[in-house]
Design a protein around this ligand. Structure first.
Ligand SMILES: C[S@@+](CC[C@H](N)C(=O)[O-])C[C@H]1O[C@@H](n2cnc3c(N)ncnc32)[C@H](O)[C@@H]1O
Length: 368
């Protein structure tokens, strides 16, 4: 049976390597998100809006079970406050299978699982939002948006999921379809609502890396709405990305969980993982991939910057504090960065320090 027929006709379908990588990203992100959010807020909610049946024919769990198990098996589980897991799926047979899969898990008083009656996400979103926030706009809500096609999740719907201050979205962006079909007649009628504007057109002329250019354009649309965003390409072997996972969040703190995930799965660039490289050790020296951060820090020449500013800058460029320290070491060795405060410290770049930057001309020997 062709895969597209399998997805359409069967309740449960076979997993593939892309799904495994996607779930790996979910697991790593959730590990961090749960660790931070569930020890800070009295309760939080994850909405799996395109939940699926919760299992694949060849055995691996589906995303709702991945979420529940990440919670139940978390090392900080005993310290966690309450998590609500709300699942929506449009097909009755898949909803029934999902309920069967959840019934196999041991119940936990801290985990409130709610499998909704079959429904279409765009119609159910306002009701799910009320349910997820539990009467408080400040309740953190993470929306997992993982449809089969472009039409089920237009930008306007994603935007609605981000209406409240602690809403976050982890979204599957179909960059391969966008790349393949963007020049088809009338496809703009799908593209423009999907992006929430015509800015997707900037990616069309790209001859190499058009999939990445679509991800960048989509993320630019989020940034234009004052949101923070991270992206990650899901691919197999050395092929191009089939789709991207895109995170949208109101807070820079959200990115602090995202960067480590992407670097864990892709030691080379933090931009995208193949099924083979996920979990494998790096063949490359990480020092070679922090160039964007190096350029950004050099632009501070002539100024003093606080650690918080530098750490934010690093997070926006999808780098972790360890990368920041690595680049600062390199700049310091060239005389281009100095810690000016505190004077004494146990490590070179402690949190809270202030760093002054210089340009190469400032360092050049005047006599030469
Ligand atoms: C890509 S699969 C989800 C896979 C699942 N998230 C996982 O990772 O294991 C998409 C699922 O969404 C369901 N679906 C499709 N359109 C939908 C809609 N508009 N609202 C809710 N569910 C929908 C499909 O039946 C399918 O089970």
């Amino acid at each position: 049976m062709r895969r597209v027929d399998e997805l359409r006709e069967q309740t449960v379908w076979k997993s593939d390597p892309h799904t495994q990588v996607k779930h790996l990203v979910y697991r790593h992100y959730l590990q961090c998100w749960m660790g931070k959010i569930l020890q800070t807020f009295p309760e939080a909610t994850i909405v799996d809006a395109f939940a699926g049946p919760g299992v694949y024919t060849d055995g691996p769990p589906g995303s709702p079970i991945v979420v529940a198990k990440t919670f139940l098996e978390h090392t900080a589980y005993r310290r966690f406050n309450k998590l609500n897991l709300v699942c929506l799926e449009e097909r009755t047979d898949r909803v029934e299978e999902l309920r069967r899969q959840f019934a196999k898990l041991s119940p936990s008083p801290q985990l409130n699982i709610s499998v909704q009656a079959p429904g279409v996400f765009a119609e159910q979103q306002p009701r799910l939002s009320t349910l997820a926030h539990r009467g408080r706009a400040e309740t953190p809500v993470l929306w997992l948006i993982d449809p089969f096609d472009l039409k089920s999740a237009p930008f306007s719907l994603i935007r609605r999921c981000l209406a409240d201050p602690r809403d976050e979205v982890l979204f599957t962006l179909f960059t391969n379809e966008l790349h393949r079909f963007c020049q088809r007649e009338n496809f703009d009628k799908t593209m423009t609502p999907y992006f929430g504007g015509t800015h997707w057109q900037s990616a069309v002329p790209e001859r190499r890396g058009r999939r990445e250019a679509f991800a960048t354009a989509y993320q630019q649309g989020l940034k234009d709405q004052e949101l923070f965003t991270g992206g990650f390409g899901i691919k197999v072997s050395n092929q191009s990305a089939r789709y991207h996972l895109v995170l949208a969040t109101h807070s820079e703190a959200g990115l602090k969980c995202w960067a480590p995930v992407t670097w864990k799965l892709d030691h080379y660039s933090g931009q995208g993982a193949s099924a083979e490289t996920a979990g494998a050790l790096s063949l490359f020296d990480e020092a070679s991939v922090v160039d964007r951060l190096d350029v950004a820090l050099r632009a501070y020449a002539g100024t003093a910057q606080r650690w918080e500013t530098l750490s934010s800058q690093a997070a926006r460029l999808n780098h972790m504090d360890k990368h920041l320290r690595q680049v600062l070491d390199k700049l310091a060795a060239q005389g281009l960065a100095f810690r000016v405060d505190p004077v004494r410290a146990r490590t070179a770049w402690p949190e809270g320090c202030t760093v002054r930057f210089y340009a190469p001309e400032d360092v050049a020997d005047e006599a030469s």
